[in-house]
Write a protein that binds this ligand. Structure first.
Ligand code: 13P
Length: 268
């Protein structure tokens, strides 16, 4: 399993931006191919983005409803995303938790829906600034995992937990390497407690103000299995810089070595 470089376009992008997806596909074509590239786009773009991605960029949705169909005006089911060509979906992004009052329990039902439709799922968690200031970052993330992860689920390949501290999203502020390592280690331990060995199939991504400039220093941390990128995923120039940084990291460290170090640290 290589690194996952995932973009989240949020509520951005009309058809005229699809050239960015093609340019990302071109970049992916020139890299070693060890890592996976995913772009989660607004639902209106999914079908066209799949075409532009040319099989080199996996396309995902940004949220899904819990049900298959029904009287839920404006909602989109995981099956509909799949039908449009998506292979993955983000659930529980902090912007949805905040703006749409989504609870951990709702996030868990969306993760189940994603699995039902055969989509990889990226479940987002992360502490607020206040929680970090109180020294409660680890406990906040741990509680979110316990409540928003359906632990009995056989997750589809490519699924991940994304650690996105709220104070780092769109702010240009990034946790220190030590802070990222501490939280990722604690998430891995929590996943092991909840799921046993099955957690090895789940990547742990970091998200929050990732740029082409800081990506390599984040991705070379062995506890980080990829990144979830907002603003810097909108322009292929920036996102491709992150893809190349990931490629450099896998070339240097070699994926098997990363996994070994990872397993060692998880077992301690
Ligand atoms: P930024 O990369 O713009 O900080 O956004 C992160 C994010 O929310 C990705 O889901």
């Amino acid at each position: 399993m290589g690194l996952l470089i995932a973009g989240n376009w949020k509520m951005n992008g009309l058809g005229d931006r699809l050239g960015e997806v093609s340019a990302v596909a071109e970049c992916a074509r020139t890299t070693s191919g060890h890592n996976d590239v995913l772009i989660c786009v607004p639902s209106t773009l999914i079908t066209r983005a799949v075409e532009a991605g040319a099989g080199l960029v996996v396309i995902g949705g940004e949220d899904c409803g819990a049900g298959v169909s029904g009287a839920f005006t404006g909602d989109i089911s995981a099956e509909m995303l799949k039908d449009a060509g998506a292979s993955a979906v983000i659930v529980g992004h902090s912007e949805r938790r905040r703006n749409h009052n989504e609870t951990d329990a709702m996030v868990a039902t969306k993760a189940v829906a994603a699995r039902r439709a055969g989509l990889a799922v990226i479940i987002c968690i992360g502490e607020t600034q206040a929680q970090r200031d109180e020294g409660a970052a680890l406990s906040a993330c741990s509680a979110q995992i316990a409540a928003s992860l359906p632990v009995d689920l056989e997750f589809s390949e490519g699924s991940a937990i994304a650690y996105e501290p709220l104070w780092a999203i769109g702010t240009g502020r990034v946790p220190t390497a030590g802070e990222i390592v501490e939280v990722h280690q604690s998430i891995r331990q929590r996943l092991t407690d909840l799921m046993g060995d099955r957690n090895h199939g789940l990547r742990i991504l970091y998200g929050g103000s990732v740029t082409a400039e800081n990506a390599e220093s984040i991705l070379e941390l062995p506890q980080v299995d990829g990144v979830l990128v907002g603003g810097a995923s909108l322009r292929s120039h920036d996102f491709n810089g992150i893809i190349r940084a990931a490629d450099a990291v896998t070339r240097h460290s070699g994926d098997p070595l990363r996994r070994l170090r990872h397993a060692y640290e998880t077992d301690r």
